[in-house]
Design a protein around this ligand. Structure first.
Ligand SMILES: [Cu+2]
Length: 418
């Protein structure tokens, strides 16, 4: 079948593309649903993510705060956050300037180690740089494992960046420089220079009369012993000239740079040690069992055996995993931050009631929401290691919140909902 001269196909194609557009979901584009479910559920627990303000003008400050804890169920095959991790913010493009970031009060200019089961509080201060609407994610980049992202928050930046927008810093030598334009002339100059040199070098081989690339390759396949015939004396001379010129240019560039910038320090690659914060009061032990995911009903059910070591009754108020929250509406009221905030405000049903002080009790928990499908967590059942991890939040009578990590094996149920 020929596709030539069939002009009627054009509107058909446009129609098809329009249909795709209409039936596709919001484009998230950060891989927040693409990463393996097991990885999202068992790497970092994120909670209390806040962004202020969510509407800003160019030049205004936006502060992102929140908490996270590396999972003690961190997958064996994944590089650990205890080796090298970096606290960052994930936004498409240079939309914000990161002015300051800290974890547990330690400045996060460099990489660090985040230990499993330890709680970390972060704060990142940014300055809006470019107009637009951005899905902003706190991110911990783990060396050899990649970015582990929290749920995103939409930030709207109003206006256009003015031409005189400045991002000024003072160097150790006391000079004030604008990072928006610093060194730009040299960057353009050097790139143009080397582009021309590279182009000239390739050009030399392409302007010759005998054909290049494939015919020469074919010749070599057949007459390997005659390889020398492909290179003439002129080629040798031109190559030698290019080599000499390149060496001179590199030396000249080096001398120019060390004359222009006599004091330089290398990029700092050492790791900082992050402050530890006091662990929460030890009032609760949680053991999970009988986790079953009912596929037709999109319901995740499990038992929690909870020991209350405090002096006030405890109730399960939330289950959080893979940056998704299932909330028990009987215990707390949660309003989603925006339309894509992955929160199910009434998605957690707990049967068994409160756990009285000093007692151990088993409650049945059901996390029941389309978010399982939407965030593709159900793909966990096709993993060779169908284990999961999550955070349980419990509340006492005074409204104090305690967290407890839980996890284990999840068994899929392809048939019924109980
Ligand atoms: Cu996003």
């Amino acid at each position: 079948m020929s596709f030539k001269n069939k002009i009627w196909q054009m509107p058909l194609m446009v129609l098809c593309l329009t249909m795709f557009q209409l039936y596709s979901d919001v484009v998230m584009a950060h891989g927040e649903r693409a990463q393996q479910a097991g990885i999202r559920m068992r790497t970092m627990y994120w909670w209390d993510i806040e962004v202020h303000p969510r509407k800003a003008k160019i030049g205004e400050t936006v502060v992102v705060t929140g908490k996270f804890m590396p999972s003690t169920f961190w997958p064996e095959h994944l590089a650990s956050s205890e080796e090298a991790s970096f606290m960052n913010i994930g936004v498409p493009g240079p939309a914000f300037l990161r002015m300051h970031s800290e974890v547990n009060g330690t400045p996060m200019v460099r990489s660090t180690r985040f230990y499993r089961g330890k709680e970390y509080h972060f704060k990142v201060t940014m300055q809006a740089r470019q107009g637009g609407r951005y899905h902003v994610h706190p991110v911990v980049s783990v060396q050899d494992a990649g970015p582990i992202i929290a749920s995103g928050v939409w930030i709207e930046v109003e206006g256009e960046r003015p031409d005189d927008f400045k991002n000024e810093v003072t160097t150790l030598m006391g000079d004030t420089i604008d990072l928006e334009t610093y060194g730009m002339k040299e960057i353009i100059w050097f790139n143009t220079f080397w582009f021309i040199v590279g182009f000239a070098w390739l050009g030399y081989w392409f302007i010759r009369k005998d054909p290049v690339i494939l015919p020469r390759y074919a010749f070599l396949q057949e007459h390997e012993e005659d390889a020398g015939k492909l290179i003439s004396m002129t080629d040798m001379v031109v190559s030698a000239l290019f080599f000499g010129f390149t060496m001179v240019a590199i030396t000249a560039g080096y001398l120019w740079a060390s004359d222009r910038f006599p004091n330089t320090t290398p990029l700092q690659t050492g790791k900082v040690v992050t402050n530890e914060i006091a662990p929460q009061v030890d009032v609760v032990d949680v053991v999970m069992s009988n986790a079953v995911y009912h596929i037709p009903g999109r319901a995740f059910n499990f038992d929690l055996t909870i020991t209350n070591k405090g002096d006030s009754p405890l109730r399960v108020g939330e289950f959080a995993t893979a940056a998704i929250r299932f909330v028990n509406a009987d215990v707390q009221t949660v309003t989603p931050i925006d339309e894509t905030d992955p929160v199910s405000p009434a998605g957690l049903i707990v049967t068994g009631g409160a756990i009285p002080p000093g007692e151990t009790k088993t409650v049945r928990v059901s996390a029941n929401d389309a978010l399982w499908e939407k965030y593709r967590l159900t793909s966990l059942i096709y993993d060779p290691d169908s284990r999961f991890g999550g955070m349980i939040f419990l509340f006492d009578e005074e409204g104090n919140r305690y967290y407890a990590e839980m996890g284990g094996v999840m068994i899929p149920d392809f048939k019924n909902v109980d």
